[in-house]
Design a binder for this molecule. Structure first.
Ligand code: ISL
Length: 569
Protein backbone atom coordinates (compact mmCIF):
# COMPACT_ATOMS: atom_id res chain seq x y z
CA UNK A 1 0.00 0.00 0.00
CA UNK A 2 1.09 3.54 -0.48
CA UNK A 3 1.03 5.73 2.61
CA UNK A 4 -1.47 7.93 0.85
CA UNK A 5 -4.26 5.37 1.07
CA UNK A 6 -7.40 7.02 2.30
CA UNK A 7 -7.87 6.61 6.04
CA UNK A 8 -11.11 5.04 7.20
CA UNK A 9 -12.53 5.38 10.70
CA UNK A 10 -12.28 1.63 11.30
CA UNK A 11 -8.52 1.68 10.67
CA UNK A 12 -8.14 2.95 14.23
CA UNK A 13 -10.91 0.81 15.72
CA UNK A 14 -10.89 -2.44 17.61
CA UNK A 15 -13.63 -5.04 17.29
CA UNK A 16 -14.84 -7.27 20.12
CA UNK A 17 -16.28 -10.64 19.12
CA UNK A 18 -19.18 -11.99 21.16
CA UNK A 19 -20.20 -15.64 21.11
CA UNK A 20 -23.59 -14.99 22.69
CA UNK A 21 -24.27 -18.51 23.84
CA UNK A 22 -21.27 -18.34 26.18
CA UNK A 23 -21.17 -14.65 27.10
CA UNK A 24 -23.70 -13.78 29.80
CA UNK A 25 -26.95 -15.45 30.80
CA UNK A 26 -29.61 -13.20 32.37
CA UNK A 27 -32.40 -15.79 32.61
CA UNK A 28 -30.83 -18.80 34.29
CA UNK A 29 -31.36 -20.92 31.18
CA UNK A 30 -27.69 -21.92 31.06
CA UNK A 31 -27.11 -20.18 27.72
CA UNK A 32 -26.17 -16.55 27.22
CA UNK A 33 -28.59 -14.05 25.70
CA UNK A 34 -28.81 -10.65 24.02
CA UNK A 35 -29.70 -8.82 27.23
CA UNK A 36 -26.63 -10.41 28.77
CA UNK A 37 -24.54 -8.59 26.20
CA UNK A 38 -26.38 -5.30 26.68
CA UNK A 39 -25.70 -5.58 30.39
CA UNK A 40 -21.96 -5.70 29.72
CA UNK A 41 -21.61 -2.79 27.31
CA UNK A 42 -20.04 -0.53 29.92
CA UNK A 43 -17.36 -3.17 30.36
CA UNK A 44 -16.66 -3.20 26.62
CA UNK A 45 -16.66 0.56 26.52
CA UNK A 46 -14.13 0.63 29.34
CA UNK A 47 -11.93 -1.65 27.24
CA UNK A 48 -12.14 0.92 24.42
CA UNK A 49 -14.11 -1.19 21.94
CA UNK A 50 -15.63 0.59 18.94
CA UNK A 51 -17.44 -2.27 17.22
CA UNK A 52 -19.13 -5.34 18.65
CA UNK A 53 -19.43 -8.35 16.36
CA UNK A 54 -22.42 -10.34 17.55
CA UNK A 55 -22.50 -13.91 16.28
CA UNK A 56 -25.71 -15.47 14.92
CA UNK A 57 -28.79 -15.01 17.10
CA UNK A 58 -31.32 -15.97 14.42
CA UNK A 59 -33.85 -18.79 14.64
CA UNK A 60 -31.89 -22.01 14.27
CA UNK A 61 -32.03 -25.64 15.37
CA UNK A 62 -28.54 -25.01 16.74
CA UNK A 63 -26.71 -27.99 15.29
CA UNK A 64 -23.84 -25.62 14.52
CA UNK A 65 -24.68 -23.08 17.23
CA UNK A 66 -26.53 -20.67 15.00
CA UNK A 67 -24.48 -21.06 11.81
CA UNK A 68 -27.41 -23.14 10.63
CA UNK A 69 -30.01 -20.43 10.14
CA UNK A 70 -33.68 -21.42 9.83
CA UNK A 71 -35.08 -17.87 9.69
CA UNK A 72 -32.84 -14.89 8.91
CA UNK A 73 -35.23 -12.25 10.14
CA UNK A 74 -36.31 -13.58 13.52
CA UNK A 75 -34.46 -13.83 16.81
CA UNK A 76 -33.99 -17.26 18.34
CA UNK A 77 -36.06 -17.19 21.56
CA UNK A 78 -33.10 -18.81 23.32
CA UNK A 79 -31.31 -15.46 22.88
CA UNK A 80 -34.29 -13.17 23.52
CA UNK A 81 -36.60 -11.06 21.37
CA UNK A 82 -36.43 -8.50 18.59
CA UNK A 83 -37.06 -5.85 21.25
CA UNK A 84 -33.93 -7.05 23.06
CA UNK A 85 -32.02 -6.73 19.81
CA UNK A 86 -33.31 -3.20 19.23
CA UNK A 87 -32.39 -2.26 22.76
CA UNK A 88 -28.86 -3.58 22.18
CA UNK A 89 -28.51 -1.41 19.06
CA UNK A 90 -29.76 1.64 20.94
CA UNK A 91 -27.50 1.07 23.91
CA UNK A 92 -24.48 0.60 21.66
CA UNK A 93 -25.22 3.73 19.68
CA UNK A 94 -25.81 5.72 22.86
CA UNK A 95 -22.22 4.88 23.79
CA UNK A 96 -20.88 5.74 20.35
CA UNK A 97 -20.29 2.08 19.58
CA UNK A 98 -21.33 0.10 16.51
CA UNK A 99 -22.82 -3.29 15.86
CA UNK A 100 -21.63 -5.82 13.33
CA UNK A 101 -23.84 -8.89 12.86
CA UNK A 102 -23.06 -12.25 11.33
CA UNK A 103 -24.41 -13.06 7.88
CA UNK A 104 -24.40 -16.78 7.04
CA UNK A 105 -25.41 -17.20 3.43
CA UNK A 106 -23.21 -19.90 1.98
CA UNK A 107 -25.84 -22.23 3.39
CA UNK A 108 -29.07 -22.34 5.38
CA UNK A 109 -30.33 -24.86 7.87
CA UNK A 110 -32.28 -27.69 6.29
CA UNK A 111 -35.08 -26.43 8.56
CA UNK A 112 -35.25 -23.12 6.68
CA UNK A 113 -38.57 -22.65 4.88
CA UNK A 114 -36.74 -22.33 1.56
CA UNK A 115 -35.24 -25.78 2.03
CA UNK A 116 -38.50 -27.32 3.19
CA UNK A 117 -40.10 -26.06 -0.01
CA UNK A 118 -37.12 -27.13 -2.09
CA UNK A 119 -37.17 -30.71 -0.85
CA UNK A 120 -40.93 -31.02 -1.20
CA UNK A 121 -40.79 -31.56 -4.98
CA UNK A 122 -38.55 -31.10 -7.99
CA UNK A 123 -41.05 -28.64 -9.45
CA UNK A 124 -41.22 -26.36 -6.42
CA UNK A 125 -40.01 -22.82 -7.25
CA UNK A 126 -37.58 -22.98 -4.32
CA UNK A 127 -35.94 -26.16 -5.63
CA UNK A 128 -33.32 -24.08 -7.41
CA UNK A 129 -32.39 -22.15 -4.23
CA UNK A 130 -30.12 -25.11 -3.43
CA UNK A 131 -27.66 -27.28 -5.33
CA UNK A 132 -29.10 -30.58 -6.55
CA UNK A 133 -27.40 -33.19 -8.69
CA UNK A 134 -28.25 -36.67 -9.87
CA UNK A 135 -26.24 -39.54 -8.39
CA UNK A 136 -23.04 -40.76 -10.01
CA UNK A 137 -23.53 -43.78 -12.32
CA UNK A 138 -22.87 -46.13 -9.37
CA UNK A 139 -25.67 -44.45 -7.40
CA UNK A 140 -23.24 -42.74 -5.02
CA UNK A 141 -22.67 -38.99 -4.51
CA UNK A 142 -22.29 -36.86 -7.68
CA UNK A 143 -18.60 -36.23 -7.00
CA UNK A 144 -15.92 -36.92 -4.40
CA UNK A 145 -16.04 -33.59 -2.52
CA UNK A 146 -15.75 -33.88 1.24
CA UNK A 147 -17.57 -31.91 3.92
CA UNK A 148 -15.41 -29.64 6.09
CA UNK A 149 -16.88 -31.35 9.11
CA UNK A 150 -16.07 -34.86 7.87
CA UNK A 151 -17.73 -37.29 5.41
CA UNK A 152 -19.07 -36.70 1.87
CA UNK A 153 -20.30 -33.21 0.93
CA UNK A 154 -23.56 -34.59 -0.54
CA UNK A 155 -26.74 -35.82 1.11
CA UNK A 156 -29.24 -38.06 -0.65
CA UNK A 157 -32.88 -37.01 -0.77
CA UNK A 158 -34.54 -40.40 -1.13
CA UNK A 159 -37.83 -39.04 -2.39
CA UNK A 160 -36.44 -37.37 -5.50
CA UNK A 161 -33.39 -39.60 -5.81
CA UNK A 162 -31.15 -36.50 -6.06
CA UNK A 163 -28.31 -35.32 -3.84
CA UNK A 164 -27.96 -31.82 -2.36
CA UNK A 165 -24.64 -30.17 -1.51
CA UNK A 166 -23.59 -29.56 2.11
CA UNK A 167 -20.02 -28.27 2.51
CA UNK A 168 -20.40 -28.17 6.32
CA UNK A 169 -22.80 -30.25 8.41
CA UNK A 170 -25.45 -32.37 6.69
CA UNK A 171 -28.06 -30.00 8.15
CA UNK A 172 -26.45 -26.99 6.42
CA UNK A 173 -27.51 -27.02 2.75
CA UNK A 174 -25.48 -24.86 0.36
CA UNK A 175 -27.42 -22.10 -1.38
CA UNK A 176 -27.33 -21.87 -5.16
CA UNK A 177 -25.85 -18.43 -5.81
CA UNK A 178 -26.26 -18.89 -9.55
CA UNK A 179 -29.95 -18.27 -8.91
CA UNK A 180 -30.63 -14.56 -9.08
CA UNK A 181 -33.60 -14.90 -6.70
CA UNK A 182 -31.24 -16.17 -4.01
CA UNK A 183 -28.97 -13.18 -4.45
CA UNK A 184 -31.92 -10.81 -4.30
CA UNK A 185 -33.33 -12.50 -1.19
CA UNK A 186 -29.97 -12.19 0.57
CA UNK A 187 -29.71 -8.48 -0.22
CA UNK A 188 -33.25 -7.90 1.02
CA UNK A 189 -32.45 -9.73 4.22
CA UNK A 190 -29.33 -7.61 4.78
CA UNK A 191 -31.37 -4.45 4.15
CA UNK A 192 -33.82 -5.64 6.80
CA UNK A 193 -30.96 -5.58 9.34
CA UNK A 194 -29.74 -2.22 8.05
CA UNK A 195 -33.24 -1.02 8.88
CA UNK A 196 -32.74 -2.26 12.45
CA UNK A 197 -29.70 -0.02 12.78
CA UNK A 198 -26.94 -2.56 12.23
CA UNK A 199 -23.67 -0.85 11.18
CA UNK A 200 -21.68 -3.71 9.74
CA UNK A 201 -21.58 -7.35 8.72
CA UNK A 202 -19.24 -10.25 9.25
CA UNK A 203 -19.77 -12.51 6.26
CA UNK A 204 -19.43 -16.20 7.08
CA UNK A 205 -17.28 -18.28 4.64
CA UNK A 206 -18.28 -15.82 1.95
CA UNK A 207 -15.52 -16.87 -0.44
CA UNK A 208 -17.18 -20.28 -0.89
CA UNK A 209 -20.44 -19.09 -2.44
CA UNK A 210 -19.53 -19.50 -6.11
CA UNK A 211 -19.07 -23.12 -7.14
CA UNK A 212 -17.51 -24.42 -10.34
CA UNK A 213 -20.69 -25.41 -12.16
CA UNK A 214 -19.09 -28.47 -13.72
CA UNK A 215 -18.83 -29.97 -10.19
CA UNK A 216 -15.78 -32.04 -11.15
CA UNK A 217 -14.15 -34.76 -9.07
CA UNK A 218 -11.06 -33.63 -7.18
CA UNK A 219 -8.09 -35.58 -8.54
CA UNK A 220 -6.17 -34.91 -5.31
CA UNK A 221 -3.29 -33.19 -7.10
CA UNK A 222 -3.53 -30.16 -4.77
CA UNK A 223 -3.81 -31.02 -1.04
CA UNK A 224 -6.08 -31.58 0.75
CA UNK A 225 -7.92 -32.83 -2.35
CA UNK A 226 -11.38 -32.51 -0.83
CA UNK A 227 -12.88 -30.45 -3.65
CA UNK A 228 -12.18 -27.03 -2.17
CA UNK A 229 -10.24 -25.86 -5.20
CA UNK A 230 -13.53 -25.92 -7.14
CA UNK A 231 -15.44 -23.57 -4.85
CA UNK A 232 -12.87 -21.53 -2.88
CA UNK A 233 -12.67 -18.00 -4.36
CA UNK A 234 -14.83 -19.45 -7.13
CA UNK A 235 -15.56 -18.18 -10.65
CA UNK A 236 -18.25 -15.54 -9.89
CA UNK A 237 -17.48 -14.69 -6.26
CA UNK A 238 -16.25 -11.13 -6.89
CA UNK A 239 -19.22 -10.36 -9.11
CA UNK A 240 -21.60 -11.53 -6.35
CA UNK A 241 -19.85 -9.50 -3.66
CA UNK A 242 -19.72 -6.37 -5.81
CA UNK A 243 -23.47 -6.60 -6.23
CA UNK A 244 -23.91 -6.77 -2.44
CA UNK A 245 -21.65 -3.73 -2.12
CA UNK A 246 -23.54 -1.72 -4.69
CA UNK A 247 -26.94 -2.46 -3.20
CA UNK A 248 -26.21 -2.71 0.53
CA UNK A 249 -22.70 -2.02 1.91
CA UNK A 250 -21.87 1.06 -0.16
CA UNK A 251 -25.14 3.01 0.06
CA UNK A 252 -25.38 2.35 3.82
CA UNK A 253 -21.68 2.86 4.60
CA UNK A 254 -21.34 -0.48 6.32
CA UNK A 255 -18.12 -1.78 7.80
CA UNK A 256 -17.73 -5.33 6.52
CA UNK A 257 -15.37 -8.22 7.08
CA UNK A 258 -15.32 -11.28 4.88
CA UNK A 259 -14.34 -14.59 6.41
CA UNK A 260 -12.14 -16.21 3.79
CA UNK A 261 -11.58 -19.92 4.04
CA UNK A 262 -8.36 -21.35 2.48
CA UNK A 263 -7.87 -18.21 0.43
CA UNK A 264 -4.82 -16.47 -1.06
CA UNK A 265 -3.17 -13.11 -0.50
CA UNK A 266 -3.95 -12.02 -4.06
CA UNK A 267 -7.64 -12.78 -3.53
CA UNK A 268 -7.76 -10.95 -0.20
CA UNK A 269 -6.31 -7.86 -1.85
CA UNK A 270 -9.14 -8.08 -4.37
CA UNK A 271 -11.77 -8.56 -1.64
CA UNK A 272 -10.58 -5.62 0.45
CA UNK A 273 -9.02 -3.00 -1.82
CA UNK A 274 -11.56 -0.14 -1.66
CA UNK A 275 -11.28 0.55 -5.37
CA UNK A 276 -12.94 -2.79 -6.04
CA UNK A 277 -15.98 -2.00 -3.86
CA UNK A 278 -16.26 -5.34 -2.06
CA UNK A 279 -15.42 -5.60 1.69
CA UNK A 280 -13.70 -3.34 4.23
CA UNK A 281 -11.34 -6.13 5.30
CA UNK A 282 -10.74 -9.88 5.35
CA UNK A 283 -9.97 -12.69 7.75
CA UNK A 284 -7.62 -15.39 6.58
CA UNK A 285 -6.48 -18.44 8.52
CA UNK A 286 -3.03 -19.32 7.24
CA UNK A 287 -1.28 -18.18 10.43
CA UNK A 288 -3.57 -20.50 12.41
CA UNK A 289 -2.51 -23.60 10.49
CA UNK A 290 1.18 -23.50 11.43
CA UNK A 291 0.68 -26.51 13.69
CA UNK A 292 -1.21 -28.62 11.12
CA UNK A 293 1.21 -31.21 9.71
CA UNK A 294 0.72 -31.17 5.92
CA UNK A 295 -2.45 -29.12 6.42
CA UNK A 296 -4.11 -31.84 8.50
CA UNK A 297 -6.01 -30.24 11.37
CA UNK A 298 -6.66 -33.45 13.32
CA UNK A 299 -2.99 -34.36 13.77
CA UNK A 300 -0.72 -32.75 16.33
CA UNK A 301 2.67 -31.13 15.97
CA UNK A 302 4.52 -28.27 17.70
CA UNK A 303 3.83 -25.04 15.85
CA UNK A 304 6.28 -23.71 13.30
CA UNK A 305 7.32 -20.31 14.70
CA UNK A 306 9.18 -19.26 11.57
CA UNK A 307 6.10 -20.02 9.45
CA UNK A 308 3.96 -17.92 11.80
CA UNK A 309 6.29 -14.94 11.43
CA UNK A 310 6.64 -15.42 7.68
CA UNK A 311 2.87 -15.52 7.21
CA UNK A 312 2.30 -12.37 9.25
CA UNK A 313 5.09 -10.67 7.32
CA UNK A 314 3.92 -11.76 3.88
CA UNK A 315 0.37 -10.61 4.58
CA UNK A 316 1.48 -7.33 6.14
CA UNK A 317 3.68 -6.46 3.18
CA UNK A 318 1.38 -7.89 0.52
CA UNK A 319 -1.79 -6.21 1.78
CA UNK A 320 0.08 -2.91 2.14
CA UNK A 321 1.41 -3.09 -1.40
CA UNK A 322 -1.92 -4.18 -2.85
CA UNK A 323 -4.05 -1.69 -0.93
CA UNK A 324 -5.95 -4.36 1.02
CA UNK A 325 -6.80 -4.32 4.71
CA UNK A 326 -6.33 -7.14 7.24
CA UNK A 327 -8.61 -8.15 10.06
CA UNK A 328 -6.02 -9.04 12.75
CA UNK A 329 -6.78 -11.90 15.10
CA UNK A 330 -5.27 -14.75 17.08
CA UNK A 331 -8.54 -16.06 18.51
CA UNK A 332 -12.10 -16.72 17.53
CA UNK A 333 -14.89 -19.16 18.33
CA UNK A 334 -13.46 -21.77 15.92
CA UNK A 335 -9.91 -21.77 17.25
CA UNK A 336 -8.26 -23.10 20.38
CA UNK A 337 -6.97 -20.29 22.59
CA UNK A 338 -3.76 -18.82 21.14
CA UNK A 339 -2.46 -18.41 24.67
CA UNK A 340 -2.43 -22.19 25.17
CA UNK A 341 -1.42 -22.90 21.61
CA UNK A 342 1.55 -20.61 20.98
CA UNK A 343 2.75 -19.63 24.45
CA UNK A 344 2.54 -20.72 28.08
CA UNK A 345 -0.85 -20.67 29.79
CA UNK A 346 0.66 -21.77 33.13
CA UNK A 347 3.64 -20.08 34.81
CA UNK A 348 3.86 -17.29 32.24
CA UNK A 349 0.17 -16.88 31.48
CA UNK A 350 0.04 -13.14 32.13
CA UNK A 351 3.24 -12.37 30.22
CA UNK A 352 2.13 -14.64 27.37
CA UNK A 353 -1.30 -13.09 26.97
CA UNK A 354 0.22 -9.60 26.91
CA UNK A 355 2.93 -10.66 24.48
CA UNK A 356 0.38 -12.03 22.02
CA UNK A 357 -1.68 -8.86 22.36
CA UNK A 358 1.23 -6.48 21.76
CA UNK A 359 2.56 -8.54 18.86
CA UNK A 360 -0.82 -8.51 17.12
CA UNK A 361 -1.94 -4.98 17.93
CA UNK A 362 1.31 -3.51 16.61
CA UNK A 363 0.48 -4.78 13.11
CA UNK A 364 -1.43 -3.01 10.37
CA UNK A 365 -5.11 -3.89 10.19
CA UNK A 366 -8.13 -3.82 12.45
CA UNK A 367 -7.62 -5.93 15.59
CA UNK A 368 -10.31 -8.31 16.84
CA UNK A 369 -10.52 -9.36 20.49
CA UNK A 370 -12.45 -12.56 21.11
CA UNK A 371 -14.34 -12.72 24.41
CA UNK A 372 -12.15 -13.88 27.26
CA UNK A 373 -8.92 -13.16 25.40
CA UNK A 374 -8.66 -9.86 27.27
CA UNK A 375 -8.47 -11.69 30.61
CA UNK A 376 -6.23 -14.51 29.39
CA UNK A 377 -8.69 -17.41 29.32
CA UNK A 378 -6.88 -20.65 28.41
CA UNK A 379 -8.00 -23.95 26.81
CA UNK A 380 -9.94 -25.99 29.39
CA UNK A 381 -8.12 -29.35 28.83
CA UNK A 382 -11.07 -31.64 29.48
CA UNK A 383 -10.35 -35.23 30.38
CA UNK A 384 -13.60 -36.71 29.08
CA UNK A 385 -15.30 -36.69 25.69
CA UNK A 386 -18.56 -36.09 27.54
CA UNK A 387 -17.66 -32.41 28.07
CA UNK A 388 -17.51 -31.67 24.32
CA UNK A 389 -20.49 -30.11 22.54
CA UNK A 390 -19.20 -29.01 19.13
CA UNK A 391 -20.58 -30.86 16.10
CA UNK A 392 -17.24 -30.77 14.27
CA UNK A 393 -15.35 -32.12 17.30
CA UNK A 394 -17.83 -34.92 17.89
CA UNK A 395 -17.85 -35.88 14.20
CA UNK A 396 -14.06 -35.94 14.07
CA UNK A 397 -13.78 -37.92 17.31
CA UNK A 398 -16.04 -40.57 15.84
CA UNK A 399 -14.16 -40.60 12.53
CA UNK A 400 -10.74 -40.79 14.25
CA UNK A 401 -11.91 -43.72 16.40
CA UNK A 402 -13.40 -45.48 13.36
CA UNK A 403 -10.05 -45.07 11.61
CA UNK A 404 -8.31 -46.88 14.46
CA UNK A 405 -7.06 -44.01 16.64
CA UNK A 406 -7.44 -44.96 20.30
CA UNK A 407 -10.03 -42.98 22.29
CA UNK A 408 -7.22 -41.57 24.49
CA UNK A 409 -5.31 -40.30 21.47
CA UNK A 410 -8.44 -38.90 19.85
CA UNK A 411 -9.21 -37.07 23.09
CA UNK A 412 -5.68 -35.68 23.18
CA UNK A 413 -6.22 -34.27 19.68
CA UNK A 414 -9.53 -32.69 20.67
CA UNK A 415 -7.93 -31.13 23.75
CA UNK A 416 -5.68 -29.17 21.42
CA UNK A 417 -7.87 -28.67 18.36
CA UNK A 418 -11.52 -28.57 19.37
CA UNK A 419 -13.50 -25.43 18.73
CA UNK A 420 -14.99 -25.91 22.21
CA UNK A 421 -11.68 -24.67 23.63
CA UNK A 422 -12.89 -21.18 22.78
CA UNK A 423 -16.50 -21.71 23.76
CA UNK A 424 -16.31 -22.14 27.53
CA UNK A 425 -18.40 -19.56 29.38
CA UNK A 426 -17.02 -16.07 29.90
CA UNK A 427 -15.53 -15.76 33.38
CA UNK A 428 -16.97 -12.69 35.09
CA UNK A 429 -16.14 -13.29 38.75
CA UNK A 430 -15.33 -16.01 41.28
CA UNK A 431 -18.93 -16.88 42.16
CA UNK A 432 -20.38 -20.27 41.06
CA UNK A 433 -20.21 -20.79 37.28
CA UNK A 434 -17.96 -17.72 37.09
CA UNK A 435 -21.00 -15.45 37.23
CA UNK A 436 -22.01 -16.59 33.73
CA UNK A 437 -25.32 -18.19 34.72
CA UNK A 438 -27.50 -18.87 37.73
CA UNK A 439 -28.53 -22.14 36.05
CA UNK A 440 -26.60 -25.08 34.64
CA UNK A 441 -24.19 -23.90 31.92
CA UNK A 442 -24.66 -25.52 28.51
CA UNK A 443 -20.92 -26.17 28.41
CA UNK A 444 -18.54 -26.60 31.31
CA UNK A 445 -16.94 -23.53 32.89
CA UNK A 446 -13.15 -23.67 32.99
CA UNK A 447 -11.97 -24.70 36.44
CA UNK A 448 -9.49 -21.84 36.71
CA UNK A 449 -12.22 -19.17 36.87
CA UNK A 450 -11.51 -18.35 40.52
CA UNK A 451 -8.18 -16.81 39.57
CA UNK A 452 -9.00 -15.83 35.98
CA UNK A 453 -12.01 -13.54 35.83
CA UNK A 454 -13.12 -10.04 34.88
CA UNK A 455 -13.60 -8.78 38.41
CA UNK A 456 -10.02 -9.37 39.44
CA UNK A 457 -8.73 -8.16 36.05
CA UNK A 458 -10.47 -4.83 36.51
CA UNK A 459 -9.05 -4.39 39.99
CA UNK A 460 -5.39 -4.98 39.13
CA UNK A 461 -3.82 -2.06 37.20
CA UNK A 462 -1.23 -4.40 35.66
CA UNK A 463 -3.76 -7.01 34.49
CA UNK A 464 -4.08 -8.42 30.98
CA UNK A 465 -7.31 -6.44 30.62
CA UNK A 466 -5.56 -3.13 31.26
CA UNK A 467 -2.81 -4.10 28.86
CA UNK A 468 -5.42 -4.55 26.11
CA UNK A 469 -7.09 -1.30 27.11
CA UNK A 470 -3.78 0.55 26.65
CA UNK A 471 -3.08 -1.07 23.28
CA UNK A 472 -6.54 -0.16 22.03
CA UNK A 473 -6.04 3.43 23.17
CA UNK A 474 -2.56 3.64 21.60
CA UNK A 475 -3.98 2.76 18.18
CA UNK A 476 -6.36 5.70 18.50
CA UNK A 477 -3.65 8.10 19.68
CA UNK A 478 -0.89 7.33 17.18
CA UNK A 479 -1.63 7.23 13.47
CA UNK A 480 1.48 5.14 12.88
CA UNK A 481 -0.37 2.03 14.18
CA UNK A 482 -2.71 2.16 11.22
CA UNK A 483 -0.40 3.77 8.67
CA UNK A 484 3.18 2.62 9.27
CA UNK A 485 4.87 0.43 6.69
CA UNK A 486 5.87 -3.00 7.92
CA UNK A 487 9.41 -4.29 8.08
CA UNK A 488 10.51 -7.51 9.76
CA UNK A 489 13.62 -7.18 11.93
CA UNK A 490 14.44 -10.55 13.47
CA UNK A 491 16.11 -12.46 10.59
CA UNK A 492 14.66 -15.86 11.45
CA UNK A 493 15.58 -15.71 15.12
CA UNK A 494 14.38 -19.01 16.68
CA UNK A 495 12.68 -17.35 19.67
CA UNK A 496 12.13 -13.69 18.88
CA UNK A 497 9.67 -11.95 16.61
CA UNK A 498 10.67 -8.34 15.95
CA UNK A 499 9.27 -5.88 13.46
CA UNK A 500 9.06 -2.18 12.77
CA UNK A 501 6.33 0.02 11.37
CA UNK A 502 7.64 3.17 9.78
CA UNK A 503 6.26 6.42 8.45
CA UNK A 504 8.27 9.37 7.15
CA UNK A 505 10.18 10.29 10.30
CA UNK A 506 8.98 7.81 12.95
CA UNK A 507 8.95 4.12 13.75
CA UNK A 508 7.21 1.70 16.02
CA UNK A 509 9.34 -1.24 17.07
CA UNK A 510 7.91 -4.43 18.55
CA UNK A 511 10.20 -7.07 20.06
CA UNK A 512 8.65 -10.23 21.52
CA UNK A 513 10.33 -13.26 23.09
CA UNK A 514 8.12 -16.27 22.31
CA UNK A 515 10.02 -18.53 24.71
CA UNK A 516 10.61 -19.25 28.39
CA UNK A 517 14.34 -18.47 27.93
CA UNK A 518 16.12 -15.43 29.23
CA UNK A 519 17.98 -14.04 26.22
CA UNK A 520 19.54 -11.03 24.56
CA UNK A 521 18.29 -10.03 21.16
CA UNK A 522 20.63 -7.98 18.95
CA UNK A 523 19.04 -5.86 16.23
CA UNK A 524 20.84 -6.43 12.92
CA UNK A 525 23.26 -3.54 12.21
CA UNK A 526 21.45 -2.04 9.23
CA UNK A 527 18.10 -2.00 11.01
CA UNK A 528 19.65 -0.50 14.11
CA UNK A 529 21.33 2.21 12.03
CA UNK A 530 18.09 3.09 10.22
CA UNK A 531 15.91 3.08 13.32
CA UNK A 532 18.24 4.83 15.74
CA UNK A 533 18.69 7.61 13.15
CA UNK A 534 14.99 8.45 13.62
CA UNK A 535 15.48 9.61 17.19
CA UNK A 536 15.00 8.42 20.71
CA UNK A 537 12.91 5.43 21.71
CA UNK A 538 10.03 5.85 24.10
CA UNK A 539 8.52 2.69 25.55
CA UNK A 540 4.79 2.80 24.86
CA UNK A 541 3.97 -0.57 26.40
CA UNK A 542 5.72 -3.61 27.85
CA UNK A 543 4.80 -6.65 29.93
CA UNK A 544 7.62 -7.00 32.47
CA UNK A 545 7.18 -3.99 34.73
CA UNK A 546 10.52 -2.75 33.44
CA UNK A 547 11.10 0.11 31.04
CA UNK A 548 14.18 -0.75 29.02
CA UNK A 549 15.61 1.90 26.73
CA UNK A 550 15.53 1.18 23.00
CA UNK A 551 19.01 -0.19 22.24
CA UNK A 552 20.70 -2.47 19.75
CA UNK A 553 20.96 -5.19 22.38
CA UNK A 554 17.75 -5.91 24.18
CA UNK A 555 17.59 -8.16 27.20
CA UNK A 556 14.43 -10.26 27.22
CA UNK A 557 13.06 -12.23 30.15
CA UNK A 558 10.69 -15.17 29.42
CA UNK A 559 7.82 -14.04 27.17
CA UNK A 560 8.92 -10.41 27.43
CA UNK A 561 7.46 -8.09 24.82
CA UNK A 562 8.11 -4.37 24.27
CA UNK A 563 6.77 -1.74 21.93
CA UNK A 564 8.71 1.51 21.43
CA UNK A 565 7.96 4.64 19.47
CA UNK A 566 11.09 6.06 17.89
CA UNK A 567 10.82 9.75 17.07
CA UNK A 568 12.38 13.18 17.53
CA UNK A 569 9.81 14.12 20.15
O1 ISL B 1 -11.54 -23.75 6.40
C1 ISL B 1 -11.26 -23.06 7.34
C2 ISL B 1 -10.08 -22.21 7.35
O2 ISL B 1 -9.45 -22.21 6.09
C3 ISL B 1 -12.13 -23.05 8.50
O3 ISL B 1 -11.57 -22.48 9.63
C4 ISL B 1 -13.39 -22.32 8.10
O4 ISL B 1 -13.08 -20.98 7.86
C5 ISL B 1 -14.40 -22.38 9.15
O5 ISL B 1 -14.73 -23.68 9.45
C6 ISL B 1 -15.64 -21.62 8.72
O6 ISL B 1 -16.28 -21.24 9.86
C7 ISL B 1 -17.47 -20.53 9.80
O7 ISL B 1 -18.49 -21.22 9.11
C8 ISL B 1 -18.91 -22.47 9.69
C9 ISL B 1 -19.20 -22.33 11.18
O8 ISL B 1 -19.33 -23.62 11.74
C10 ISL B 1 -18.12 -21.58 11.91
O9 ISL B 1 -18.43 -21.43 13.27
C11 ISL B 1 -17.95 -20.27 11.21
O10 ISL B 1 -17.03 -19.42 11.84
C12 ISL B 1 -20.13 -22.89 8.94
O11 ISL B 1 -21.09 -21.87 8.92
Amino acid sequence: MSESRQAEWWHRSTVYQVYPKSFNDTTGSGTGDIRGLTEKLDYLQQLGIDIVWLQPVYVSPGHDNGYDVADYERINPEFGTMEDFEELVQELHRRGMKLMTDIVVNHTSTEHEWFRQAISSKENPYRDYYIWRDPAPDGGPPNNWQSKFGGPAWQLDETSGQYYLTLFDKTQADLNWENERVRRAVNEMMLFWVGKGVDGFRMDVINLISKDQRFPDDDGSVPPGDGRKFYTDGPRVHEFIRAMYDEVFGPHQMVTVGEMSSTTLAECIRYSNPERREFSMTFNFHHLKVDYPGGRKWELMPYDFEALKRLFSDWQTGMQQGGGWNALFFNNHDQPRALSRFTDDGTYREESAKLLATTLHGLQGTPYVYQGEEIGMPNPRWSSIREFRDIESLNMYRILCEQGTSPEEALAVLQERSRDNARTPMQWDDSPNAGFTAGTPWIKVDERYKEINVRQALERPDSIFHHYRKLIALRKTYGIFSEGLYRRLDEEHPEVYAYARTTGGEALVVVSNFSAKQLTFRLPDQHWADLSALGEGKLLIGNTGEEPAFAQEISLSPYASYLWLISRA
